[in-house]
Design a protein around this ligand. Structure first.
Ligand code: GLA
Length: 375
């Protein structure tokens, strides 16, 4: 290596763009001109403990989402009672690291206590009472983190697979207008925050058509909607690359930013073909847990290939403004317990010991370091 080359390599190493022996580049540096890159965090990862996963988060990611800490059941477990400790620590962690902090989620059918939809006698609330409860919740939670949580998944998973609206407590009591109201309340609580619609399976033809129609209605009602989140709970083959690409483009055409918000790739055989309907559960069966002691090389290669395919699309589509993984390393992924408890899954870029997997290198390789020397 001559001295010019050595200087170049050292500069690239310093800004995290090439890998040295045992030193992997930082994802946030690799994709700095393309999109934010992030992870969903559990409590252990933002509560001041030091461990391998925390090191990975600090090194690689510039945006974070809480796995559970901002969900209704966690932050507002009983009428009139808000519990902010966890969410406060999450936000402080992100601020300390200078990260873009995402709030997940305000209005959802799941992890929302039953009392939300009932009066003191257990009877269904009136439309006005539920609307007031929604307003209070959004005003309190979004208001508390105004200016610090910069983007919110306002409504999560409002759609069925066939594109119709899911018959949640929100829909049953408030009617379709609940969506408009949720965005209005969020905007009033923090006018500068980005507001998103988030869902899984939007790559399916009917669900996509339903989502586009829903978004057009929200836009016609004048709500402030910045972007749509494709959760990205994918399999090795499904959905197909062209479906993902077409979906991104369809939302971009409506003037929206597109975010991949909960990315992971399930490598295990899964009854029903996968998906992310949280209520789906299957019994334990060792045939459905074929790699308890490690992922065979061939599967590792297929996973890397799938990540290459996905990131090729994300890099090509300029509407993609953020890619967030649902978890940090394979050790703590929800896919070890969903939709079957106690499996050993391998959906992310870092293995159980926090080491980068071939899939990590595959996506880094998609992005060659700039040809010009860095000062
Ligand atoms: C859905 C939700 C997330 C999370 C995952 C599973 O995708 O949006 O908050 O609950 O399911 O962990």
């Amino acid at each position: 290596m001559n001295s010019t080359t050595r200087t170049l390599v050292l500069s690239l190493l310093a800004c995290g763009l090439v890998a040295g022996a045992g030193v992997e580049p930082a994802l946030k540096a690799v994709f700095t001109n393309n999109f934010l890159i992030g992870a969903a965090l559990n409590q252990r990862q933002f509560s001041g403990a030091t461990n391998v996963e925390v090191d990975l988060v600090q090194k690689h990611f510039n945006t974070i989402t809480p796995e559970n800490s901002l969900k209704w059941g966690n932050i507002h477990p009983r009428p009139g009672q808000y519990v902010f400790d966890q969410a406060d620590r999450f936000v402080e962690f992100g601020q300390k690291q200078g990260m873009f902090i995402v709030g997940h989620t305000l209005v959802w059918h799941s992890q929302t206590p039953r009392w939300v939809f009932q009066d003191e006698d257990g009877k269904s609330l009136t439309r006005e009472a539920l609307q007031e409860r929604m307003r209070d919740h959004i005003q309190t939670v979004v208001g508390r983190y105004r200016g610090r949580i910069r983007g919110w998944d306002v409504v999560n998973e409002a759609l069925n697979e066939d594109g119709t609206l899911r018959s949640s407590g929100w829909l049953k009591i408030m009617g379709e207008d609940y969506l408009v109201k949720a965005y209005q309340f969020a905007h009033a609580a923090d006018p500068a925050a980005e507001l998103y619609y988030n869902d899984y399976g939007l790559e399916g033809e009917r669900k996509l058509a339903g989502a586009l129609a829903l978004i057009k209605k929200l836009q016609a009602a004048g709500v402030s909607l910045t972007g749509v989140g494709l959760q990205g709970h994918y399999g090795l083959e499904r959905p197909a690359a062209n479906q993902i690409e077409d979906t991104i483009r369809a939302f971009a055409k409506l003037g929206l930013k597109v975010m991949i918000t909960e990315l992971d790739v399930n490598v295990l055989p899964t009854p029903g073909g996968g998906g992310a309907e949280v209520s789906t559960r299957y019994a334990t069966d060792s045939k459905l847990n074929p790699y308890p002691d490690g992922l065979p090389q061939e599967m590792e290669r297929r996973l890397a290939q799938r990540y290459t395919e996905l990131f090729t699309i994300f890099l090509k589509e300029h509407a993609v403004s953020r890619v967030t993984f649902w978890g940090v390393s394979d050790r703590s992924s929800w896919l070890n317990n969903y939709p079957i408890w106690g499996r050993t899954n391998y959906p992310l870029l870092f293995d159980r010991n926090g080491r980068p997997k071939p899939a990590f290198q595959a996506i880094v390789d998609l992005h060659p370091a700039p040809a010009h020397p860095v000062d």
